[in-house]
Design a protein around this ligand. Structure first.
Ligand code: SF4
Length: 243
């Protein structure tokens, strides 16, 4: 509690299960299975269907990190596949990337109630436990932080995305490009929307160019763009069967 008797999110998270030493996994399948079973913090109790994993290849030179699952993502068990994800796919296409050629995940794996933005302590708890290990396995050359929650995890402190976007961060030797979360674009209108779309385009283009320079043989586009809703239909059925 602070001086005014308000709950401090850092206190709440500290009362939960103690953070274990980051587990080491030998494959992405292993960590995916462990994440699926995770109930280490209160977010799992916020009325969701369970942790939402990732999409895309392992390894991958480019990794996109969003904030947390929304309603459609929780329903299907896949990251960034709802309206925000569809906008992201268009933004990726504008720089010559199909969605199946990049790894996509979130800072927190369980949907916060009411789609609220996870606070900094919640983000750090889940990401230290899982995202950090995903990064070790995926070995990205470049990470794109989509929105404020991802930005502040990689920075380690509060920061605004409007001022930070477009400026490289170094996170443990990996270059991180912060940009707007597509959900932010969905809330913009008129000239603000046009400007924000250009900003995301420039940020993604720079991120891709840097990743491509480090992985010159990587193929960035597949012949047929993936239908993630169809691909995750079985996962969706499994999630609902478990309720
Ligand atoms: S938000 Fe992360 S740490 Fe918390 S229960 Fe879900 S997967 Fe586990």
């Amino acid at each position: 509690m602070d001086l005014w008797g308000r709950e401090d999110p850092e206190d709440r998270i500290a009362e939960e299960k103690p953070q274990e030493e980051a587990a080491r996994f030998s494959s992405h399948e292993e960590i995916a299975e462990a994440i699926r079973r995770c109930a280490a913090c209160h977010l799992r109790q916020e009325g969701n269907l369970g942790p939402v994993l990732s999409s895309g290849p392992v390894p991958s030179p480019l990794m996109l990190v969003g904030e947390g699952p929304g309603g459609v993502e929780d329903d299907y068990g896949a990251p960034l596949i709802g309206p925000s994800g569809q906008l992201l796919d268009k933004a990726l296409a504008s720089v010559g990337i199909t969605r199946d050629r990049v790894y996509v995940t979130n800072v927190v794996k369980c949907r916060p109630r009411g789609n609220r933005t996870p606070d900094i302590a919640e983000g750090r708890f889940c990401a230290d436990k899982w995202l950090r290990e995903e990064i070790r396995l995926v070995q990205p050359k470049v990470i794109v932080a989509l929105g404020k929650a991802a930005l502040r995890y990689f920075l380690g402190h509060e920061a605004g995305i409007v001022r930070s976007r477009g400026h490289w961060i170094d996170w443990e030797g990996i270059p991180v490009m912060p940009t707007f979360h597509p959900a932010y674009l969905l809330r913009q209108y008129g000239r603000d929307l046009v400007q924000s779309k250009w900003d995301v385009y420039y940020d993604l283009r720079e991120a891709k160019e840097r990743a491509a320079a480090a992985a010159p043989d990587w193929v960035w586009q597949s012949g047929t763009p993936p239908d993630l809703l169809a691909e995750f239909a079985a996962v969706r059925a499994e999630r609902h069967a478990g309720q």
